[in-house]
Design a protein around this ligand. Sequence first.
Ligand code: F0G
Length: 465
Amino acid sequence: MRAYKSKVVSPIRLPDREERVAALERAGYNVFELDSADVYVDLLTDSGTGTMSESQWAAMMRGDEAYAGSESFDRLQDAVSEVMGFERIVPAHQGRGAENVLYGALVSEGDYVPNNTHFDTTRAHVANNGAEPVDCPLDGALGDESGGDADERRFPGDLDVAKVRALADEVGSERIPAVVVTLTNNSLAGQPVGVENVREAAAVADDLDATFVVDACRFAENAYLVRERDPEYADCSVAEIAREQLSHADAVVMSGKKDGLVNVGGFVGIRDDPALDDLYERARERGILFEGFTTYGGMAGRDVEAMAVGLREAVEERYVADRVGQVQRLGDLLADRDVPVVRPTGGHAVYVRADEFLPDIPREQFPGQALACELYREGGVRAVELGSFAFPDADRPELVRLALPRRTYGADHLDHVAETFDAVAERRDAGEISGLEIVDEPGMPELRHFSAHLRPVETEEAEAA
Ligand code: F0G
């Protein structure tokens, strides 16, 4: 059952097929280069794309725009303390700003940082400080290559703590300043992390004398999935589970653009523990240097107000049930059509195994990117490739992510997405979908999926014609 009705609307339209074909060509077969006005259902990301509530809009009028000592900051601090349990915060303009503040204060040249799986900006900030990001997911976390429900694990997003211990044995615990757990595991099909795993990760960090950091972007969705999958928490509220799970962390990095339910904003949270005083002071200094004074950190006072309200709404039962339920419904709609999706679905997105959906396109011709382009061509749907195009060097499943903005689309939009898959499947069965090749690749290789241009690979039949 939907928990919201609309009060403000944004017009959208589905351009006709000819326009979509032309737009795709203009974009160089890179969906990041499409104009959003040409997109009908935009599932590129759940980050900063959601709809704010009337309470958030009302709170914005209270925004205290003072450079220092803003009352809005006090209200954010209260919200973070009550909802997440962190008494000290350093605000930032968004998640990666918070990452820059925290990882710059924590890690140095030659260090190693284990994480259940680094999100791309996290990886970049760890590397930017001269340290080596090390992914420590569970082996075979997403099940066997044939997909389906092969994975019996309740929490495929977990950190493999044995891998963290092995890394410490190999490089020495003094080279591991931080152990990180990302809730949910965005780079691994958005799968949740169990509470028990966070406890174990905290214990390992303690043994290694490392700071235990949680990337809490999607902490509320993770807590909801904990209740669904772990009988120990069946009778707890999402708010209680979130508090319990975060209580084990020394620090959190937060992008408010996800479970802060805002369009921009973020912060670092640091536990009020004398052992963390130095870290807090360094983070505050870096906050002032890179983000802004410690009571606004790159946000307007009104943005700070909106996030203070959003954090409380994120753990409301009716909100989070509506939210995760919608993602699960999209997963079901696609699975019912035999679209190979990672199951059970995570909290913010449905991930499609593109190499199984388009088995005739070889990995070198980017089946995931080909699928993302087809979804746009056939239905004006924008998704994002997270496979061989986005991660050229990594041995990763060939995934396409359909991320749902929060409180934004309705059931008819989801139906449209599902029907678009039918249209793509029809073209596939008629042999009409070709792979892609890169034409130019400006800038850093790690960021190529944002800016590279591609073109369809000419098939022999097309060349002969
Ligand atoms: N950590 C995780 C797990 C994320 O998913 C993101 C952003 C960030 C940090 C950085 O936060 O965007 O506010 O700077 N993820 C978005 C996505 C971009 O599409 O998954 P940010």
